[in-house]
Design a protein around this ligand. Structure first.
Ligand code: IPE
Ligand code: IPE
Ligand code: MG
Length: 236
C-alpha cells in the first residue's frame, strides 16, 4: 500500500514548532532571526499539507508559558504574528485555506486580535486545508475554560460529564478533530502543556531537526512514519 493511501494519511497533523532560538544561536544570530526563518517552515509545511490533502494542520506558535520570556522577545514574536497574518491572508484566499486561531486570546494586543478576526472572517468559507494557529494556548487553560463553560451552561447544577467537557474544549467547539499525528522538532521529548486532553490517543513523532530546518522532506518523513503505525486505542 502506498503511503498516500487516504486511510494512512492523518486527517489532523499538529506541530510543536521548537528550536528557533537554537537555530539562530548556532549561526551567531539573535533568537528573533530564528523565529523569522521559522516562518518559512510554516509556509513550506502549509503548502505541503495542502498538497497531500491533509484536512487540518495545527501549529503551536506561542504557549501561555511563553509570556514569561524576555519582553523584547515576546514583542518581536507578537509583531511577527501581526505581520505574517496580514501578509498571508491573500495566499489563504488564493489557496482556499481556512485560518483559525485558538488560545487565551484575551492576552493578545488589540491590534493582533483585529488582524486575527479579519483573517478568520475572510477565510471562514474556504473549504481546503484548515490551518490552526495555537496562540497564548495551554492544555490546562483549555480544560479549565471548558469546565467553566459547562458549569455556566449547567447553571452550576449536577456533575460535569466527559462528553460535555470534551465538547467544550476550544478545538471541539471550533469543530476541529483531535490530532492524529503530533510532531515535535528540536529533539525535546515533552508535550509542554500542549493539547493535553486531545492528544490522549495521538501518535507522536519526535525529530532532532530544528524548526527552521523542518521543510517538505522532513514533513514527508513524518507522514511516512505515521503510515506505518498501528493505532489500537486500547483494543487488540
Ligand atoms: C520555538 O522556538 C518558538 C516558540 C516557542 C515561540 P524556541 O524559541 O523555543 O527555540 P529554542 O527552543 O529556544 O531553541
Ligand atoms: C513549546 O516550546 C511551545 C511552542 C513551540 C510554542 P517551548 O520552547 O516553549 O517549550 P519548553 O520550554 O522547551 O518545554
Ligand atoms: Mg523551545
Amino acid at each position: 500500500m502506498s503511503a498516500t493511501n487516504n486511510n494512512l494519511l492523518p486527517q489532523h497533523v499538529s506541530i510543536i514548532m521548537d528550536g528557533n532560538g537554537r537555530w539562530a544561536k548556532q549561526r551567531g544570530k539573535e533568537r528573533t532571526e530564528g523565529h523569522i526563518e521559522g516562518v518559512e517552515s510554516v509556509r513550506a509545511c502549509t503548502e505541503y499539507a495542502a498538497e497531500r490533502g491533509i484536512k487540518y494542520l495545527s501549529l503551536f506558535a506561542f504557549s501561555e508559558e511563553n509570556w514569561g520570556r524576555p519582553q523584547e522577545e515576546v514583542e518581536a514574536l507578537m509583531s511577527l504574528m501581526v505581520k505574517c497574518i496580514s501578509a498571508e491572508t491573500p495566499t489563504f484566499t488564493k489557496n482556499n485555506i481556512r485560518f483559525v486561531v485558538l488560545g487565551n486570546l484575551e492576552r493578545l494586543s488589540e491590534g493582533l486580535r483585529t488582524e486575527i478576526a479579519d483573517c478568520m472572517a475572510l477565510t471562514a468559507g474556504n473549504t481546503g486545508l484548515t490551518l490552526i494557529l495555537f496562540l497564548s494556548y495551554s492544555g490546562k487553560w483549555d480544560i479549565v475554560q471548558a469546565a467553566n463553560r459547562v458549569l455556566a451552561s449547567n447553571g452550576g447544577e449536577g456533575e460535569i460529564t466527559m462528553e460535555q467537557l470534551e465538547a467544550a474544549l476550544c478545538t471541539r467547539a471550533a469543530a476541529i478533530p483531535d490530532p492524529d499525528l503530533l510532531i515535535r522538532t528540536s529533539g525535546e521529548m515533552r508535550i509542554s502543556n500542549y493539547m493535553l486532553w486531545q492528544s490522549a490517543y495521538t501518535e507522536y513523532y519526535f525529530t532532532d531537526i530544528l524548526w527552521p530546518d523542518f521543510r517538505k522532506n522532513e514533513f514527508k518523513a513524518a507522514l511516512d512514519e505515521y503510515a506505518k503505525r498501528e493505532r489500537r486505542y486500547g483494543k487488540v
